[in-house]
Design a protein around this ligand. Structure first.
Ligand SMILES: [Zn+2]
Length: 167
């Protein structure tokens, strides 16, 4: 090991020990410098995309159940925010059981937009929208609208084919 690496790993070890002795220091610093921390973190992510991907992959593997729980919670929170933004009920019939409410593209094209996007990214986009591109429909009204407007005809056919294979 070169001298630099020895010093670097020694410094890392020292940092690790120091953090163990001062567990709240980092948390406190982040809370007090929230804005600076976010900017630095974003910059670091952009400059080290491979490192960040690898870090995420490892973290997911090592904390699988926590990760699933966290993702589910954050997903639910975002979904609730989206539903609240649009009044938490179907714009056609007023149905308000959130379990069957869906985000609908007023002018169609939802499936196309969703392609290549995670649900998280999609929710963020819907939340940020100020052009009125989206609305809330219940599952029934959504399917009726799809039929009325002949939207996503290919998607419907593909869905029914899958259904046939299962039986
Ligand atoms: Zn409805």
């Amino acid at each position: 090991m070169s001298e630099c690496l020895t010093i670097a790993s020694g410094a890392k070890e020292y940092q690790r020990e120091w953090r163990k002795k001062h567990p709240d220091y980092n948390k406190k610093w982040i809370q007090e410098h929230r804005e600076q921390y976010t900017v630095c973190r974003r910059k670091w992510k952009q400059e080290h995309p491979e490192h960040f991907r690898e870090y995420n992959r490892k973290y997911r593997q090592e904390h699988k159940s926590q990760y699933i729980q966290y993702t589910r919670k954050s997903h639910q929170k975002l979904r609730t925010q989206v539903l609240e933004k649009y009044g938490s009920k179907c714009v056609r019939c007023g149905f308000s059981d959130v379990r069957a409410l869906q985000i609908d593209h007023v002018n169609g094209g939802g499936i196309k937009e969703l392609r290549g996007m995670t649900q998280h990214q999609y929710f963020k986009k819907v939340l940020a929208d100020i052009e009125g591109k989206y609305q809330i429909l219940c599952a029934n009204c959504n399917w009726i609208k799809v039929d009325e407007n002949n939207e996503n005809h290919r998607f419907l056919l593909r869905g029914s084919k899958k259904h046939e294979i299962k039986h």
